[in-house]
Write a protein that binds this ligand. Structure first.
Ligand code: NAD
Length: 286
């Protein structure tokens, strides 16, 4: 009760970030979100115009409140790193203070501290290319947006996360099993994210008793996933082959995040938690 969460990677009501926000709000947390700068205007105007009101509804009938939306581009750590073409890009022109360091400073100025940090973002410009055809630039961009962005977020937010706080990211089984179609270095980026979860759990645990976990989520038809192109096939595959033959709801990932952020999970850190109807446990499709 009375906890405050910052969720990076919410720009519509379809993805895991939104579902996590709802589950945390239902559990009584105050919600702050970080929204990718190019998506900021549409997200904020849709919120304002009531476009998300139906999906803001919580179990008790009340609407999730988002206390503040921060513009964020998690591939830049501070203003000195922002290249001229991005600074002058008209999709960035209206927003300010959106580098990771500046967002952490703004949250500190506005609210002092947070209790829960969520990283629900990924990007791989060459995701539709097989790994063996991926350029160095594309590979490094995937790692930058999908893995280092988490290191950077935790680094900059750690000083303002209260002791006993919790940090959660989202990963995908392509890190450890072959998933053809999840290319461009995205499988590599998720492998890095999972390894970093363990090391960051050690560092944040020793420093501030903060827990660091990642949720390996099953396929969801989010905006990001649709951009990859094979999501419907993965959803069908999961439905057919997983131990639990049912649709995977974003809410089920949200609820796991709420559990991981709560005292019920006080001894869980450095873990990869599967929320995938059990598909990860299968050895063959049947
Ligand atoms: P989503 O589109 O809801 O979320 C991705 C978000 O990342 C978007 O809001 C996008 O604007 C944001 N983003 C991209 N680049 C950014 C940047 N540089 N700075 C800030 N924000 C940026 O899609 P989602 O599928 O819910 O993705 C959330 C997380 O879940 C990702 O880490 C994804 O890899 C993971 N995941 C998704 C699936 C799936 O099937 N959808 C499965 C397993 C894991």
């Amino acid at each position: 009760k009375g906890k405050r969460a910052f969720i990076a990677g919410v720009a519509d009501d379809n993805g895991y970030g939104w579902a996590i926000a709802k589950s945390l709000a239902a559990a009584g947390a105050e919600i702050l979100v970080g929204t990718w700068v190019p998506a900021l205007n549409i997200f904020e105007s849709s919120l304002r115009r009531g476009k998300f009101d139906e999906s803001r509804k919580l179990q008790d009938g009340s609407l999730m409140e988002i206390t503040k939306v921060y513009p964020l581009d998690a591939v830049f750590d501070n203003p000195e790193e922002v290249p001229e073409d991005v600074k002058t890009n008209k999709r960035y022109a209206g927003a300010s203070n959106w580098t990771v360091q500046e967002v952490a400073e703004s949250v500190k100025k506005d609210f002092g501290t947070i209790d829960i940090l969520v990283h629900s973002l990924a990007n791989g410009p060459e995701v539709s290319k097989p790994l063996s055809e991926t350029s160095r630039k594309g590979y490094l961009a995937a790692i930058s947006a999908s893995s280092y962005s988490y290191v950077s977020l935790l680094k900059h937010f750690l000083p303002i996360i209260n002791p006993d706080g919790s940090s959660i990211s989202l990963t995908y089984i392509a890190s450890e099993r072959i998933i053809p179609g999840y290319g461009g270095g995205m499988s590599s980026a998720k492998a890095a994210l999972e390894s970093d979860t363990r090391v960051l759990a050690f560092e944040a645990g020793r420093k501030k008793k903060i827990r660091v976990n990642t949720i390996s989520a099953g396929p969801l038809g989010s905006r990001a996933a649709k951009a990859i192109g094979f999501i419907d096939m993965m959803i069908d595959y999961s439905f057919t082959n997983a131990p639990l033959q049912k649709e995977l709801h974003a809410e089920e990932v949200g609820n796991t995040a709420a559990f991981l952020a709560s005292p019920l999970a006080s001894a869980i850190t450095g873990a990869v938690i599967y929320v995938d109807n059990g598909l990860n446990a299968m050895g063959v499709g049947v």
